[in-house]
Ligand binder design. Structure first.
Ligand code: GLN
Length: 541
């Protein structure tokens, strides 16, 4: 049917086994053999996209260049493969049903009863094939969210069954990721949950070609043979996925287990012995043997769930490795910070990052953290709401605009230094209506931002409704807080920095969404450099 090869990754036994990381690692290995690869995620929930979900529910919402609000696994795909994803890479049950229902209303199925099979499954399959049909990819890896056996996953699993049939055995591989728990009391690894999970898959008509077994102890040959026998796969296709020190080890671990070779062999593709992953190994080398160490405070309000700031945490890892520096991120709850304790809470940090966010909760703590960093010359990085807090702080404490605020927090403030964007004023729906996706930005020469990017034309991803109020720009710039990046079409302020400070930069966009292992984001790299300088300055004193 098509030249593109399809790999489906399902999960069993429990969620959170790292399907996204396994998919991204396999993608990386295949890409490193010279193939073009993309990875897509199908999520079984009813929301049209995760944009309206609270970060506590679902972790970070990852935004693509084309402005899609997507699952955080897409962040892993980009960080591993260094190629952008798009709306087509993340599809939910909600979107599938929405598409089908819209077509039903338009009369596309006139006279017919619209049903899960074939209408919903056809729509799912159309979406499975969409990226492959562009002709841009040799491989499309599809991760199915949730677990086999979940009621809401059923239409997706059924669609995988149909797709396997349509595509033919030499064009498709199905991988099942399961858990092999270790029972401490008896000192044994147990295969039973995996047997049950594969049985469940078989009942749905899918025989997995490869088993990837998440485990905390190595699988010996006896266990592998047992799994092979009960689950009906060749023993060579039982792949161990042992707990790793870092997610970036997983491609190397999968390589050792020959996951990529098993997949290529199943597809009857010839392969050379080794994929080209020297640069990846180099990154790992730097990551694991740092010569320096710094402490950075991440001020946020969803800090209980680290996945809420996934891309920021990963960006620190990428940028830390470039600098051969271990970055200890201290997660500090914005609501815990007060004027009185800020000095104590942030003491000893070599850098402060104020995180993105929505709503009033924690905002005053964030503003205090900004003040502390500004007044004490501590490198500061504000992202989205973080920049907005920096603007509010500067307005209140330097420009003496009492009660200055964002109209998001205080609609009636006398000094609306952050205000709703003009085209947001008529928006009524919440889903997908922010300023989303990649926009051009012109960086001013002679600024820290320019020294960081080394070029004037950049493009970065956004997710916000509010912006710097240009009515106040002159006043800010006259006192040394300058706009160093501007949207060339709309004049919106995208980057601001304080001239007279070691490193104080805020961005209205989200640089963390573009940092990858092999191409760390320059702003994070520079922020860490500034923090390192800060550390040596403190040590000199
Ligand atoms: N709440 C702010 C806005 O909508 C900031 C958003 C963010 O930090 N992503 O503009």
């Amino acid at each position: 049917m098509s030249k593109t090869k399809y790999i489906f990754v399902t999960g069993g036994v429990t969620s959170s086994l790292g399907k996204g990381i396994v998919a991204a690692s396999l993608g990386k290995l295949i890409q490193a053999r010279g193939y073009s690869v993309t990875i897509q995620k199908f999520d079984p929930y009813i929301n049209i996209d995760p944009g309206t979900l609270n970060p506590y529910e679902h972790g970070e919402c990852y935004v693509t260049d084309d402005g899609a609000e997507t699952d955080l696994d897409l962040g892993h795909y980009e960080r591993f493969l260094s190629i952008p994803t798009s709306q087509a890479n993340n599809v939910t049950t909600g979107r599938i049903y929405d598409n089908v229902i819209q077509r039903e209303r338009a009369g596309d199925f006139l006279g017919k009863t619209v049903q899960v099979i074939p209408h919903i499954t056809d729509e799912i399959k159309d979406n499975f094939y969409k990226l492959g049909e562009t002709g841009n990819y040799d491989f499309v890896i599809t991760e199915i969210g949730g677990c086999v056996g979940d009621i809401e996953s059923l239409p997706f699993i059924e669609s995988v069954r149909q797709a396997k049939l349509e595509l033919g055995p030499s064009n498709v591989v199905s991988i099942h990721l399961t858990l092999i728990p270790y029972l401490k009391a008896s000192g044994e690894l147990k295969t039973k949950p995996t047997q049950h999970s594969v049985k469940e898959l078989l009942e749905s008509g899918i025989q997995p070609d490869v088993l990837v077994c998440r485990c905390e102890r190595h699988l010996n040959m006896d266990i592998r043979k047992k799994l092979a026998l009960f689950c009906n796969v060749p023993v060579t296709n039982v792949i161990e996925s042992i707990d790793a020190e870092t997610i970036y080890d997983v491609p190397i671990l999968m390589r050792k287990e020959k996951l990529d070779e098993r997949v290529l062999a199943k597809l009857k593709l010839k392969y050379k012995k080794e994929p080209k992953i020297e640069d990846w190994k180099e990154f790992l080398g730097r990551l694991k043997s740092p010569t320096e160490e710094i402490d950075i405070g991440l001020i946020g309000k969803y800090v209980e769930l680290k996945d809420s700031y996934k891309s920021i945490a990963e960006s620190f890892i990428h940028a830390g490795a470039v600098n051969e520096c271990k970055v200890n991120v201290h997660w500090i709850h914005a609501e815990d910070i007060t004027k009185e304790n800020v000095g104590k809470l942030l003491k000893g940090l070599e850098g402060v990052l104020v995180a993105p966010g929505f709503g009033e909760r924690g905002i005053e703590g964030k503003i205090e953290a900004v003040r502390y960093a500004r007044e004490n010359g501590i490198p500061f990085f504000g992202i989205c709401l973080g920049l907005q807090c920096a603007v509010i702080e500067y307005a209140r404490n330097v420009l003496k605009m009492k009660g200055a605020n964002s109209t998001e927090m205080a609609p009636k403030t006398r000094y609306p230094v952050i205000d709703l964007m003009e085209d947001q004023k008529t928006v009524v729906n919440y889903g997908g209506t922010m300023r989303l996706g990649a926009y051009d930005c012109t960086v001013k020469r002679g600024t820290k931002a320019f020294a960081t990017y080394g070029q004037a034309k950049i493009r970065e991803r956004h997710r916000h409704r509010y912006e710097f109020n240009n009515k106040y720009l002159e006043e800010f710039e006259n006192s040394g807080f300058i706009a160093s990046g501007i949207n060339p079409e709309t004049g919106l302020v995208e980057i601001m920095e304080i001239k007279d400070h070691p490193w104080f930069v805020g961005t209205q966009y989200h640089p963390e969404l573009r940092s990858t292992v092999l191409s760390p984001h320059p702003l994070f790299v520079k922020f860490i450099k500034a923090a390192l300088l800060q550390k040596s300055a403190i040590e000199v004193i």
